[in-house]
Design a protein around this ligand. Structure first.
Ligand code: ZN
Length: 489
């Protein structure tokens, strides 16, 4: 047997462990009763530890050495390259550091839930301080050339560097700020609660399912369940789970949640199932993953043709819905400066990301003390949005990410927005796709994404993937043009 085949066997074993953990994780967020938590934490810790141990075995590295000398097909060679990159990162962290981080983050998450409830930063501060210290330690083990943030970005967006992200945001900031201000002014006449009505949950579920099916989500290989924090998770090559939450007063909240998560799910369903567990059967980066969710949520789901088709159907399902198409679209495209990122509209969303990037980079570079975070957050918020958060729950305590130790993650949301606009624009250059989208038919668009993005797995870097699909590397101009046409057009 070749070293490559033996690596595939080990990778398959790791994938079995990881997908078992994913199944337990999905259950924990959906149906698990509260008293099951302690045992579940032990199960997750056990499976995570086993997977890490297999991947960092000396045997795995020896096989990699051998496979690098074997004659391989291009996809096989790409898998070996990616395994080497991931393995180099994994072996640098000691078991002790991994365990310490896991314990610190589970404590921090619990403390964060309480701190947010009480809007009391002091309850969370020592935990965040510990996580930032441990994160800096991890970055040092991984090593970096310029600053710790680079090593962290590499986990979520391989190859990205803090200085590039910083340059990108520096150039985006004045344009985004001006655009957001203008969009907010233009939205002044649109009532804030125009979409409010009576939308029973079971009827929302019916519409959501019809919409998800119509954009190509395969319910024979996936399902939708209810959760408090919506997410999408893959439990196996033909098992894609979406989750959402329901607001009985506003059906668009769960529907856009489903369009977003189905965008993630379509990407996962489009990865080659035969390569499950191998890099060629795995998503390439979070910036690409998020481009898929944003494309379906914003470019498709908030477009006029989409609602020309779906508003009449929504009115059949919900007798309470009587808005005209024009009023409905105006309500959907209303911009406002608000405190909470996850509720922000497209016009203001990236400013929320910019703020988090600036602050986490300063925390990691020891330029900002943890105890000073609330004040720094509020000053930065005032600067970007012209508002001061009334409390820390609506300020620096609102996101779960830092409590999980996920520092370096936020920029992938804006990268996702940029990539989504660029990919959508490139796809629209194909006349058959543009015509179909204008009639709210999305089979050709999905086919294009399958071909250019999904089927490639992680055989190319995200930069190579975007360049191959669109003709140029990630470029902010398409996103800005999209926002201008939507909010100022
Ligand atoms: Zn997402």
């Amino acid at each position: 047997m070749s070293a490559y085949s033996l690596l595939c066997t080990l990778a398959n074993e790791i994938a079995l462990l990881e997908s078992t953990a994913a199944t337990l994780g999905w259950d924990q967020e959906t149906y698990m009763p509260p008293k099951a938590l302690e045992h579940r934490a032990q199960q997750m810790g056990y499976l995570g530890g086993k997977g890490h141990a297999l991947f960092t075995l000396r045997k795995f590295r020896l096989l990699l050495d051998k496979a690098e000398g074997e004659e391989l097909q291009p996809v096989q060679a790409a898998n070996v390259r990616e395994w080497r990159r991931l393995n180099n990162r994994s072996i640098r962290l000691s078991k002790r550091l991994v365990e310490e981080f896991s314990i610190a983050s589970s404590r921090a998450k619990a403390a964060w839930v309480e701190a947010r409830k009480n809007s009391d930063f002091a309850q969370f501060a020592p935990h965040l301080d510990k996580l930032v210290q441990l994160t800096r330690k991890k970055a040092e083990k991984w090593s970096y050339t310029t600053e710790p943030y680079d090593a962290l970005l590499d986990e979520f967006e391989p190859g990205a560097q803090a200085v590039q992200i910083s340059t990108l945001f520096d150039s985006l900031r004045p344009q985004l700020s001006a655009l957001a201000k203008e969009a907010v002014v233009r939205s002044a006449g649109v009532p804030a609660h125009a979409l409010e009505g009576d939308y029973p949950v079971h009827l929302q579920q019916q519409l959501n399912r019809e919409v998800a099916e119509s954009i190509g989500f395969d319910f024979e290989g996936g399902r939708i369940d209810t959760t408090t924090h919506p997410f999408c998770t893959k439990l196996g090559p033909h098992d894609q789970r979406l989750t959402t939450r329901y607001d009985p007063k506003d059906f668009t909240s769960s529907l856009f949640g489903i369009l977003h998560e189905a965008g993630h799910g379509l990407y996962e369903q489009g990865l080659p199932p035969a390569d499950y567990g191998l890099p060629s059967g795995t998503f390439v980066s979070l910036g690409i993953h998020e481009s898929q969710s944003r494309l379906w949520e914003n470019h498709v789901g908030r477009s006029r043709p989409f609602w020309e088709r779906w508003l009449p159907r929504a009115k059949e399902i919900f007798p309470a819905l009587t808005l005209s198409l024009e009023d409905f679209l105006r309500a959907l495209h209303r911009a406002e400066f608000s405190f909470i990122r996850v509720e922000a509209d497209e016009a203001t969303y990236d400013l929320h990301i910019l703020l988090r990037f600036l602050l986490e980079r300063r925390m990691l570079n020891r330029e900002l003390k943890i105890k000073d975070l609330p004040q720094a957050w509020n000053e930065q918020f005032e600067d970007l949005f012209g508002l001061t958060p009334p409390d820390n729950a609506r300020g620096c305590l609102q996101d779960i990410h830092w409590s999980m130790g996920a520092l370096g993650y936020f920029p992938t949301y804006t990268l996702g927005n940029l990539n989504a606009a660029q990919l959508y624009h490139a796809a629209q250059q194909v006349p058959a796709i543009a015509e179909a989208c204008a009639a709210a038919e999305y089979v050709p668009l999905l086919g294009w994404l399958r071909h250019h993005i999904h089927s490639k797995g992680a055989t190319l870097t995200s930069g190579e993937l975007i360049t191959a699909a669109t003709g140029s590397p990630t470029d902010a101009s398409w996103h800005l043009a999209h926002l201008r046409s939507r909010f100022l057009g």
